[in-house]
Design a protein around this ligand. Structure first.
Ligand code: NAD
Length: 509
């Protein structure tokens, strides 16, 4: 590709990248084409990192870590404070680039950058709260305590659907904890990653005292991610993506005893109980199921509606599905933008065909033509009425499909909520506190996130984010999230002249 932008969207992306300070050579003339899901046009061509470049980036990060770990944590927090400032200044441009590259509507693109700012603010506070305990010891004249130390190089692999926020969830915490970060973004969204690094570079320059190599970016596909997974210098690997990716990554990390944070797929449900505020439930369901065109890990995919309210709620919901504005995310009023690519469209159509074959009633789900030509994939979100909990409803299809099923008792609905491999997010709409509490109890939802009277989607910094079972078990952004990025040491100090042994053991020589 030439240095002159070839298409109108490439022109817009180029203007944003220039304003964000990304050199043109970083996104032109490379071997990885980047397409916008809005029209299917090519936005740029990014050079992929060679294996030697990946190894060198990890090496630079390792060297940076050895220096960075010696700076006091509140001082490290100062860098993250500056990063938040730079992100605030760049919010419109970076959010706009998220829209172009990932197809999100502008409020979601900007929202993603806001989330980056929020995690930075959160991490700055934590930089003065990396507490260890002092522990009562059974030995007189002794003190026992725990200390927390920086871990090393943190590898971060991210998915296309949150192309920048997930990096910041990891990087902000990893930095205050004294680590260096090597990021492998999704091959579908490298431009926003380049822009994020350009923003971070400004914070590093203003900070002055950060070693080179503290924040590294490597660009490539699965094999590039695998190089990060397998490198013994990477102490922690945080990987966000599909459960299939986690199945490949998890055992490789385990084989070299590396730490992992796995944030994988979800198959999230909501229960609408007899007492639910149905107006509120309708809005909550609509956002959670159709927002981001169904391409959030927390997207609502299964809805269990009590028999007594099914006929009141579901026809209204079908009406909303028929009316919601699908279109170019930049057009005013659009709530549902494009699917990321053809593979996502094919996956959706396949799941709908399987549902039909099982006798389900499918509303919507068709391709919406006339928005941007053949190379873009816009769909009307699908609502699928099921008689049984089976088939594609049991697995995540990363597209806007909502499976709807009747239930009769709360026990039955909770069992259905829990009857899938994934365990990310869940919610109940009810005004009955007994039902709400049962849903949140040990015998309730088995997910990492369980909500009442809001949908399963739309997490907030401060709460631990992540899920159980096939979602991978990782947690990010919670109050103690920093511990994942540090290593813990237990220290026993003897300030007496005796040497009492623990458990009363005697060893007289
Ligand atoms: P994906 O699994 O295709 O790719 C995610 C990332 O993993 C990419 O950077 C990819 O290059 C890399 N990758 C893939 N296979 C790999 C391997 N074997 N070794 C190393 N790296 C590998 O996912 P996607 O399509 O980009 O994103 C959608 C998926 O991500 C959905 O399943 C969604 O639920 C999930 N997701 C989860 C969370 C969460 O926090 N739980 C957040 C966002 C997305």
């Amino acid at each position: 590709m030439s240095a002159t932008p070839a298409t109108p969207l490439a022109h817009d992306a180029d203007a944003l990248l220039q304003r964000l300070g990304v050199p043109r050579a970083a996104y032109t003339g490379g071997d990885l084409p980047v397409r916008s899901p809005i029209t299917g046009e090519t936005l740029g061509a990014v050079p992929q990192s060679t294996p030697a470049q990946v190894a060198a980036a990890i090496g630079r990060a390792q060297a940076a870590f050895l220096e960075w770990r010696n700076l006091p944590a509140p001082r490290r927090g100062e860098l993250v404070r500056l990063l938040a400032q730079e992100l605030r200044a760049a919010r419109d441009e970076l959010g706009g680039l998220v829209t172009l590259e990932a197809g999100k509507i502008p409020s979601e693109g900007q929202g993603e950058v806001q989330e980056m700012i929020d995690i930075c603010d959160f991490a700055v506070g934590l930089s003065r709260q990396l507490y260890g305990l002092t522990i009562a010891t059974e030995r007189p004249g002794h003190r026992m305590m725990e200390t927390w130390h920086p871990l090393g190089v943190c590898g971060v692999i991210t998915a296309f659907n949150f192309p920048v926020a997930v990096w910041s969830w990891n990087a902000a915490l990893a930095l205050v904890c004294g680590n260096a970060v090597v990021w492998k973004p999704s091959e579908k969204t490298p431009l926003t990653a380049l822009a994020t690094l350009a923003i971070a570079r400004r914070a590093l320059e203003r900070f002055g005292a950060a070693p080179a190599g503290l924040l590294e970016l490597i660009v490539g596909q699965r094999a590039t991610g695998q190089a990060l997974v397998d490198d013994a210098r990477v102490a922690l690997l945080s990987a966000t993506g599909s459960t299939a990716m986690g199945r490949a990554v998890g055992p490789r990390l385990a084989a070299r005893f590396a730490r992992g944070i796995l944030e994988l797929g979800g198959n999230n449900a909501a229960i609408v109980a007899p007492t639910a505020d149905l107006d509120l439930a309708l809005r909550g369901i609509a956002f959670a199921a159709m927002g981001t065109a169904g391409q959030r890990c927390t997207t609502l995919r299964r809805l269990f509606v009590h028999d007594s309210v099914y006929q009141t709620l579901v026809p209204r919901l079908i009406g909303v599905y028929g009316r919601v504005q699908v279109g170019d995310p930049r057009s005013p009023g659009t709530l549902v933008g494009p699917l990321i690519d053809r593979m996502a469209f094919d996956g959706m159509q396949q799941a709908l065909a399987q549902s039909r074959a099982l006798g389900a009633t499918v509303h919507g789900g068709n391709r919406v033509e006339g928005i941007a030509g053949d190379a873009a994939y816009y769909v009307r979100p699908a609502l699928v009425e099921l008689a049984r909990h089976e088939g594609p409803a049991l697995h995540e299809t990363f597209a806007p499909i909502l499976y709807v099923l009747r239930y009769r008792s709360l026990d039955e609905a909770i069992a259905l909520n829990n009857a899938v491999g994934a365990g990310l997010s869940s919610s109940i709409f009810t005004l009955d506190m007994r039902e709400a509490e049962q849903f949140l109890s040990a015998a309730g939802s088995d997910c990492g996130i369980a909500n009442v009277n809001i949908g399963p989607s739309g997490a907030e910094i401060g709460g631990a984010f992540g899920g159980e079972k096939e979602t991978g078990g990782g947690r990010e952004a919670g109050a103690d999230s920093w511990r994942a990025y540090m290593r813990r040491a237990t220290n026993t100090i003897n300030y007496s002249t005796a040497l009492p042994l623990a458990q009363g053991v005697t060893f007289d020589i």
